[in-house]
Design a protein around this ligand. Sequence first.
Ligand code: SF4
Length: 346
Amino acid sequence: MNRITDAEALRLFQSHDLNAIGTQANTVREAKNGNAAFYILNRHINYSNLCVLDCDFCAFYRRPGEEGAYELGLAEIVEKAKAALALGITEIHLVGGLHPTWKLAQYIELLRALQALDPRLHLKAFTATEIRHFARRAKRRIGDILATLRDAGLGSLTGGGAEIFAPEIRKQICAPKETADQWLDVHRTWHKMGGRSTCTMLIGHIEKFEHRVDHLRRLRELQDETGGFTALVTLPFQPANTKLSHLPGPSGYDLLKTLAIARIYLDNFDHIKAYWISMGMKLAQVALSFGVDDIDGTVMEERIYHMAGVQTPQQMACAELEAAIREAGRDPVQRDSLYRPVSDFS
Ligand code: SF4
């Protein structure tokens, strides 16, 4: 199938023929992944919401001493991971704010302590934004930071911080954050070291369809260059408790259409993920017929979306995930962090 152009992608965004877009996305999805729908047994740990930035779309960050501010200690994080391991997880997903005082050595100690629990446990940790923060504070190069963290147990990078790449949007919703090129360069560096990562796109705030196309184009170009992305995660903006709380956030219709267009446009990506925590399991089930082949995982505790008022549960048992996938007519496949099927982790 020929790769679609940016102009064609924009026309799809402007179209209201959701059925036709969904059908095309489903064809691509089934060609790539058959009837499989992936999920992972994972445990999210948001280690702290202390952050030196104050992105307008974010309800998670706090300044030290502010109501709702928290940071987890090493022992507490290890305990959470240990309890989750006993339930059979294969991955820890670890992200937080840009902590004002933690030193690189603390993150290294944290990764080492988690890895020591079980060498098979995959540590998916840190956004490109966090990596740049660590590098800035330690006055070291990005590649050097990534190599140091990898030696301590970092398995793959998370995809957060991408938001929307277009500078005119970035400067309005997250002005002090890195530029698109800087974000992409962290992933490029990691991919060239042999690492894998996910990427994200935050939709439904002030961006226009053109900005989404621009965002997808930049991701597709980097994927052409490195092949290091495992999946795109499209994140619906949640306005509650943010500086943009006057905005409505994306509709289910918009979200489905965007997932489907991403599936059609990103022909060099193997997987398109619907993060059920952010959109609800009901819509995630429908998305499995609109280009999506992955609904993320058990999660177990989530703070970033829940501080923005999301009402979804914080965890889902393996049996519930499988039942939701089966009900949508797909075959559930438990995967590891690199999308290899997991039959037994015990
Ligand atoms: S989005 Fe991330 S960097 Fe921005 S304020 Fe929230 S926690 Fe900090």
